[in-house]
Every structure is written in C-alpha cells, then in structure tokens.
Ligand binder design. Sequence first.
Ligand code: MLT
Length: 272
Amino acid sequence: MAIRERSIDADGRRMAWLEAGAGWPVMLLHAFPMNADMWRPQLGAVPSGWRFIAPDLRGFGQTPFPYGTEAKTPSLDDYASDVGCLMDALELDSAVIGGLSMGGYVTFALFRQSPARFAGMILADTRPQADTPQAREGRRGLREVLQRDGPSGVAEQMLPKLLSERTHRERPDVVDHARRIAASNRSRAIDAALVAMMDRPDSTADLERISCGTLVIAGDHDAVTPVPDAASMQQAIPRSSLTIIPDAGHLSNLEQPEAFSKAVSDFLFAHL
Ligand code: MLT
C-alpha cells in the first residue's frame, strides 16, 4: 500500500505526517525516541475502508523544531493540541486515536482536552501513571547522555529496554531499523520530550471516563510497561479489551507487525 508523506503550514508552523488508505480516520502517535516512521509496517497494511494518519510530533522526523515562534519548552499538552490542530486542518471531527508508549501519554492529554474527538482509542505499550522519582532520575541521566553522545547515544542506551531479548538475538533488521529511527531525530526534540514526559500528570483518574471502545495492546516481554500494568489499565477502562502480542517487547508494532496490525484491524471492525 502506498504511504504518502504530507505536511501542512498553518499559523507559522509546519507539521508533517505519513498517511495511507482512505476512509474512517485512525491517528497513530509515535513512541519516544521514535517518529512517524515507526508506523510504516501498519501504514503498509491499512484495512480497507480506513485511513491511517501518523504525525511526527514536535521536532521529530519531518516536523521542525523549534515549532512556531514559542520559546517555551513544549509539554505533552502541546503535542496533544498539535494533533488536535492537525485534525482540524484535515477537517476530522473525530477519529480513532491512539499511540504507543509516549504516544499513549499524548493520547491521554488529548482525551483531557477534547474527549469528543475520540471515536475509539488505542493504547499500546503505555501506562497512565506519571513518572516515579526513580524514572525522573533516569530521564535526567538520559539528558546527560544526549548532551554527551547525541541521539545515537540515547538510541544505544534505550534499545536494550525497547526490544525483547529475542528480537535482539534473532532480528538484527528490526534492531537496526529502531536504531536508525531513534538516531535520526534532533537532539532538541529528544531533550524537550524527556522534559515533557518527566512533567506529565497522572492520567489514572481519567481511565474510568473513557467511554469509547478502547483497545489496549502489550508486548508479552515489554520491559518498560509490563503486561500486568497494561491489564490493570485495561480493567479500569469501561469498554476495553486487551491483546497481548507474543514474542514482542516494548516496540510491539515493529517487533511483531503482523500480529499488531491484526489486533488493530480486528478492533476497528468489531467496535466501530
Ligand atoms: C516510549 O517508548 O515512548 C518511552 O519508552 C516512554 C517512556 O520513556 O516513558
């Protein structure tokens, strides 16, 4: 399936995205430190009647940084309102909206801003909780790695956690792909996202208010957001189901693209 590279300029800002298919819209928000390229396997297999749209969040991929004229460091709320602005520009009142990991954090922020935009929700390898003090300490360390070694240093530091041991052992192509995407991002975007994630609020209290059909996905070997956490999150969301992806770590959509795409497609046809 053809993947189209798009961008839009509005109010002095440029936002880029990848899209494929035609029909009911599905917004897919990328993880950290990735960009829209991580969704290429899903964009290549869009089910008939659907249109998948994968934005590059502020400064990642083809979306520039600085973004617009603001001097302040963006928050996850800013990323979320960028996605809302893109939906407005594309004249989409609502969509199935979801993301993987940091993309899930942005999904929660967008839900708080405008729940009516959600025709459905996909929460993959993500969690509603804010950072623990230990996680915040880890992010401060990663900012130092970034200053010292740049985006490829961050990629090397994170890859062992992002992919399962089996993927590391048996799928060098997937490891290289993830490494290339991570290392291609701008230092300033990576740094801003680290600060934004450190400062994000706890979304746990919002879960019971999610009234749209929701799919929770988790790689069975996800070391960042483990399956028991995904299961508790799913149990707190009224109209939700959980799909565990076998032989996958945190980047389950890249590690097992067919199983991930099937889970999404089954959800879209069953619930919407
Ligand atoms: C991600 O995959 O987006 C990150 O692992 C999220 C995080 O570091 O909390």
